[in-house]
Design a protein around this ligand. Structure first.
Ligand code: NDP
Length: 328
């Protein structure tokens, strides 16, 4: 087979971006060590930015987005990966300016590839970049001293990809989770993942304009940014940390130094994209074993390739719930 089916984003002469399902030539893929038959991908907020021409994500069109892919090696010039191996790729340039997981074939450098052993291809993509990122936030919080005993951990953007996986994983690991969500209809979903309490965004932000707030959280996983992130920082317990990984509300943080100098708190930065491959492998090992939440199937919404375009509109409106598993 010399062609494969893919979602293609094109830019017309008026600068408008259109999306369609097309047959692409394998020869159009970039050079690389490993050719992969993609079975699953997942939908992340960044894919929606790529598909709508955000120049901070993708600059070269026509383009197939998809920052995540799991599949079977077809051809490899890298001796670490034999044809038939089940593998995954997340991040680096995949789906940004390198043709991504919303197509049935990708060709990538061997240094981007993780061999799957304890996780199935499907489960790895239910987790995907969002889950990897949530796991990195939690790992860093633990590294900074987050302990389980009575530890209340806050998760913002809780019904989204990063947020819902963070709720599931924190609860699996024995933490007490408070979720903040803009979707009151998802309280049952979030409690089903293990959240003890679910606050609306309004409840969470009530009175949050004060310079400092009551000490409450032993840790924070934030994928939202903006005012909510600073409100969370102001209510961290003495010496606790907030892990910031996203900006769906804002990339700005309207902050003062007060919580940092009065309560000794920490703001931790999280990146899952350029993370060295050895560290990615280590986290995927954990996610396939002790860090694999039993509620994984509760997170998933299956999206056939033909429905990815409408799912992109949903995630851009902040209406995504859980993890979108793209089936190729
Ligand atoms: P999703 O769209 O799946 O989830 C985001 C959630 O945030 C929404 O479902 C919603 O949840 C909440 N939300 C949306 N808009 C607002 C708003 N204006 N104010 C407050 N909350 C809002 O996205 P992802 O989980 O895929 O990604 C989340 C963020 O994390 C993105 O900014 C993404 O770029 C970033 N990210 C960063 C990575 C890294 O390596 N640093 C890797 C992966 C993602 P609810 O309705 O429940 O409040």
């Amino acid at each position: 087979m010399t062609t494969f089916t893919a979602l293609l984003v094109e830019k017309d002469s008026a600068g408008k971006f259109t999306r369609s399902i097309v047959e692409r030539d394998i020869g159009s893929l970039p050079d690389g060590d490993v050719l992969i038959d993609v079975k699953y991908s997942s939908l992340n907020f960044k894919d929606a930015l790529s598909a709508t021409g955000n120049p901070g994500v993708s600059r070269n069109f026509p383009h197939t987005p998809g920052i995540d892919a799991a599949g079977v090696v077809l051809e490899s010039s890298d001796s670490r990966f034999q044809p038939g191996f089940e593998v995954l790729v997340t991040g680096y340039d995949l789906g940004m300016n390198t043709s991504g997981g919303f197509g049935q074939r990708i060709r990538v450098p061997g240094d981007w590839v993780v061999k799957l052993d304890s996780l199935s291809m499907r489960d790895s993509m239910i987790i995907g970049t969002a889950g990897l990122t949530a796991a990195l936030c939690i790992e860093k919080l633990i590294h900074m001293g987050l302990e389980k005993d009575g530890a209340d951990v806050l998760v913002t953007g809780a019904s989204g990809g990063v947020g819902s996986f963070a709720v599931a994983l924190l609860s699996h690991l024995g933490y007490t989770v408070t979720a903040v969500s803009g979707k009151p209809e998802q309280v049952k979903f979030l409690k089903g993942l293990g959240a003890r309490e679910v606050l609306t965004r309004e409840q969470f932000m009530e009175g949050a304009a004060k310079p400092m707030l009551k000490e409450r959280w032993a840790g924070v996983v934030d994928s939202v940014g903006g005012e909510m992130l600073f409100a969370a920082i102001k209510s961290l317990r003495y010496g606790a940390s907030a892990a910031a990984c996203g900006l769906v509300a804002s990339m700005e943080i309207p902050a003062t130094v007060l919580p940092f100098i009065l309560r000794n708190v920490n703001l931790l930065g999280i990146d899952s994209v350029e993370l060295p491959i050895a560290k990615k492998q280590e986290i995927w090992q954990k996610l396939g074993n002790a860090w694999r939440p039993e509620s994984l199937e509760q997170l998933v919404q299956e999206i056939p390739l033909s429905k990815v375009s409408s799912a992109i509109d949903t995630i851009l409106k902040g209406q995504m719930v859980g993890r979108g598993l793209v089936v190729l």
